[in-house]
Design a protein around this ligand. Structure first.
Ligand SMILES: O=P(O)(O)O[C@H]1[C@H](O)[C@@H](O)[C@H](O)[C@H](O)[C@@H]1OP(=O)(O)O
Length: 904
């Protein structure tokens, strides 16, 4: 028998081997299907003989693979312990993912142990082998199983001396998606709820993959687990968990960092272009530029560090406070539960798990973003003695005006050129079309420029130039706010002429006038063209000919179009300076705090966006053939529901405050679907563009999939997401918060996000027929669920996890993206994900109630989440102690033996 250390070592080798072929993808073409697990089987034993005569064994099977090259055993999987049963039937199955180099020759060794007594469960699973006695073992090849009748093998278990038979082990192949209804009582057991191990019969040997073929180029290193559980009517359901990493963990933050750098560099450039400023403003500008420079070089350093990281696609929890990785989300994984039930189509339930998007490196001593930002706004207002105070709304408006102008100006120029091109070609339709677009865009621009903020900022900028003296030497009013800094007349500098307040109105009105001239000219040309086509008397015909001789269309149209372009250029330049001046105020009065806060916000947003993009793509791939879903997506958008289990005590308050802002900032994100140039992996990577106030994530799809999308999506319609966050703390810290502290943060978050969710549902039901939503067995009306949620968020009830359950259910019913989070998405998150999975099996797949706790324990003991813990801390134990667990709601407590102190 191998000792525990060997088991552990083998297990780690195993993990390495599993990730050896990280891509798991076939070559280019329409590739996106990683090969799915092909060989999966369940185990049961019969007639086991325990050492003590009167005892029935507590059996577990340890599954090892004999490595043909190295000729040694590699631990592969382990079942749960079935207590006091000589004919145990194990719920945890065995799977060989396609990445595992299994072949028909692969030899599998099954070793059955007797865990003696229940107290042994309090030690780690891997140590159980130390204190267990070996009952017997059997070996078979994968080929034997595939060839066997009904793909089932019954093998004799040999005792350690190889002489006696210690019972039998039954190996039954499992096939997802190929389950027939089978009568299940040809193996007798002592426990009525444990019947036949035969859960799957297939008509054909070919494993048909009924999952969506598009599983994606961004998901990596799958970990799979299979189980079988009994339904209320004594049938068997087959369940597979698949957990994957996401390459977006790194690629989105890296793209964002480049965009932040680019944005800040262009801010610096804009500030330079403000021209001469009086010494006071010039000094502030220099200081602000220095700060931008510091941010830029810090981000460049981080980016360089990240570029050095290769081959990793997740950040383990132990690196959460590492500076160079602060933009990377913690422990980001996707998890899919697939369920096969007799006579039913398979169902999949997806969830994204991620550590709280928060500035772990910067720490939480002074709280998190939500608190820091509001405190900072207050302070800024009262201490902005050096500069002009603009409200956050004004600053946001200035950013918006800048973005709009940077989009519209080049567009107007190119539409003006298109108009001239159409004139050159004498194309009436071309002229009309180009004119229509040109008018629309120019009107939009004029509308943007008419904003009072532009006008008042121009006045403020004028006053900030060297030698300015105001009419009455009095403080200048800036849009209802007063300039708290007295603008002094500087004698040494020549005086400006008085500021002409009407000048700006004339400037933007000129743009409108130029457009009117262009429209009039196009009308005239088209009218002339029309009349030329009508039969006309001789004299009039001569006039038409003469008028045409006056010049070609292009020549006639050129002067007003050129004037329009010049006017647009002129106003945009002025407005850009004005808005840059507003942003200078914002930056100047916030030195250094504002810059530090912006960096914190960038960090948190980066983690949140990586998680969101991962969830969006997972959802999109899964729903790519679902017309209702696609319709909902482009007509309204998708809910992204974050469940958080942070406590409102100590440093987790700060985490939650960071998370709240990070998630809310996701409202500034849109998605666009594009057609990939090729099906190569590189061309299928999402692309982020935009700036802090508005980012777009472009998701390329292979041609085949892109072509079948609704026209609106193909045309590049921006797709919205509605992020919502619900938090309920569950641990001992939350107990303290509830007894002696303050849980108002949690209450406020839940209330606010409930309102967002409610508003989303309202708009969804107005725009999309509710038949577009997925069907569920539990057909409680969504409205009713919302009402219950609404009541729960206002009810004072300790650790009211029902809020999370109902919010999660609503999200699934609304076809949204589910996220679960805690500090590191390792321990509490694992409890929640497994609970949610079992609740879905109970509510949607008639899981037998006697199997609920067993299923939950199996998943927590042997499932993907314990592998997640292993990946993070290289130890298979949830980091809870007994005292902590006593404070947990019961259903969040892991089974004995799976938790404890983690040796680092
Ligand atoms: O995954 P988490 O629940 O955030 O992990 C916590 C765990 O809940 C807690 O009991 C333990 O003391 C640690 O703080 C874990 O956080 P880590 O971030 O250290 O994994």
């Amino acid at each position: 028998m191998e000792d525990g250390t060997q088991h552990l070592a083998h297990c780690m080798v195993d993990m390495k081997e599993l990730s050896a072929n990280p891509e798991g993808l076939t070559a280019a073409g329409v590739i996106l299907t990683p090969k799915l697990p092909q060989v999966e089987f369940s185990l049961a034993c019969n007639d086991l003989v325990a050492s003590g005569r009167d005892r029935k064994p507590n059996a577990l099977v340890q599954v090892s693979v004999i490595d043909p090259h190295k000729q040694h055993l590699v631990s592969h999987a382990c079942t749960e312990i079935v207590e006091a049963n000589k004919d145990p039937l194990f719920l945890t199955g065995v799977t060989f993912p396609s990445e595992y180099p299994a072949s028909p020759e692969t030899l599998v060794k099954l070793t059955v142990y007797d865990a003696k007594d229940k107290s042994q469960e309090s030690v780690s699973k891997w140590l159980i082998f130390f204190c267990s006695s070996l009952l017997g073992s059997a070996t078979f090849s994968v080929g034997d199983l595939l060839k066997a009748k009904d793909e089932r093998l019954t093998l004799s278990l040999r005792s350690s001396d190889g002489v006696c038979t210690a019972g039998t082990v039954v190996v039954s192949r499992l096939k997802m998606g190929e389950m027939e209804e089978v009568d299940v009582d040809h193996i007798t057991t002592d426990i009525p709820s444990q019947k036949c191990p035969l859960v799957c019969e297939s008509a054909s040997h070919a494993c048909v993959d009924r999952e969506n073929p598009l599983t994606g180029p961004v998901f990596k290193n799958p970990v799979c687990k299979v189980y079988r559980f009994q339904t209320v009517d004594s049938k068997w359901m087959l369940v597979r968990e698949q957990m994957e990493e996401c390459t977006l963990s790194f690629s989105i933050p890296k793209q964002l960092l480049s965009l932040y750098i680019q944005e800040d560099m262009s801010r610096v450039q804009d500030l330079r272009e403000l021209g001469d400023l009086s010494p006071h403003w010039d000094n502030l500008r220099k200081e602000v530029m220095t700060r931008y420079g510091e941010t830029i070089s810090s981000y460049q350093e981080t980016l360089a560090e990240l570029d050095k990281v290769t081959g990793r696609s997740f950040k383990p929890s132990c690196c959460k406070a590492q500076k160079s990785l602060e933009f990377i989300p913690i422990n980001l994984h996707t998890q899919r539960m697939r369920v096969t039930c007799p006579r039913k189509t398979d169902a999949c339930y997806d969830i994204v798990t991620v550590g709280a998007p928060a500035a772990h490196f910067q720490g939480f001593k002074c709280g998190g973003l939500q608190r820091l930002l509001s405190r900072y706004e207050g302070e800024k207002k009262s201490t902005a003695y050096q500069c002009i105070y603009y409200s956050p709304e004004h600053t946001a408006k200035a950013q918006e005006v800048l973005s709009t102008m940077s989009l519209l100006q080049p567009l107007i120029t190119s539409l003006a050129d298109q108009l001239l091109q159409a004139a050159q070609e004498r194309s009436s339709t071309g002229l009309r079309d180009a004119l229509k677009s040109l008018s629309d865009k120019t009107e939009n621009l004029v509308h943007t420029l008419k904003d009072e903020l532009v006008k008042s900022a121009l006045l403020a900028l004028h006053a900030a130039q060297p030698g300015y003296v105001s009419k009455n030497q009095k403080q200048t009013a800036v849009q209802g706010e007063s300039v708290s800094f007295p603008l002094k007349h500087q004698d040494s500098i020549p005086h400006h002429k008085e500021y002409d307040e009407e000048e700006w109105d004339r400037a933007w009105a000129n743009v409108a006038k130029c457009l009117t001239c262009v429209i009039a000219m196009v009308d005239k040309l088209l009218e002339d063209d029309n009349s030329k086509q009508e039969p006309v008397p001789e004299q009039q015909l001569a006039d038409v000919i003469t008028s045409h001789n006056l010049g070609e269309w292009r020549e006639q149209l050129c002067p007003p179009v050129t004037r329009l372009k010049e006017c647009v250029m002129e106003v945009v330049e002025k407005a850009k300076k004005a808005m840059t001046f507003v942003l200078l105020q914002e930056a100047a009065c916030s030195i250094p705090q504002g810059f530090l806060l912006q960096q914190r916000r960038d960090v948190v947003f980066s983690q949140a966006l990586a998680a969101l993009a991962c969830g969006f793509i997972m959802k999109l791939y899964a729903g790519i053939q679902d017309k209702g879903f696609l319709r909902q997506l482009h007509l309204v958008g998708m809910v992204a529901q974050f469940e958080s289990l942070l406590s409102t005590y100590s440093e987790e308050i700060g985490m939650l405050e960071d998370m709240e802002t990070g998630i809310s900032d996701l409202q500034r994100v849109m998605f666009k679907i594009t057609e990939a140039k090729t099906d190569d992996l590189g061309d299928l990577q999402p692309l982020v563009c935009g700036r802090r106030d508005h980012f777009t994530v472009e998701v390329p799809l292979p041609r085949l999939f892109f072509q079948n999308l609704p026209e609106e999506i193909k045309e590049g319609k921006p797709l919205r997401v509605f992020p919502v966050l619900f938090n309920v703390g569950i641990n001992e810290q939350q107990t303290i918060a509830e007894r002696f502290g303050d849980i108002s943060l949690q209450e406020r978050i839940n209330q606010k996000n409930f309102e967002i969710l409610e508003a989303y549902y309202k708009s969804l039901s107005e725009k999309v027929p509710l038949e577009c939503l997925p069907c569920f067995q539990t057909q409680t009306d969504i409205k009713e669920l919302l009402e219950t949620l609404g009541q729960n968020v206002i009810t004072k009830k300790r650790k009211n996890v029902e809020i999370l359950w109902i919010a999660g259910t609503i999200c699934r019913r609304l076809n949204g993206i589910r996220f679960t989070s805690c500090k590191s998405a390792k321990d509490r998150t694992s409890m929640s994900v497994t609970l949610e999975q079992c609740a879905l099996l109970r509510d949607e797949h008639q899981l037998n109630k006697d199997f609920f706790i067993r299923a939950l324990d199996c998943m927590r003991r042997e499932g993907c989440r314990i592998e997640n813990v292993q990946k993070n801390i290289r130890c298979r134990k949830y980091a809870f102690n007994i005292l902590q667990l006593m404070a947990f709601p019961k259903c969040y407590r892991p089974p004995e033996g799976t938790y404890g102190k983690v040796d680092s």
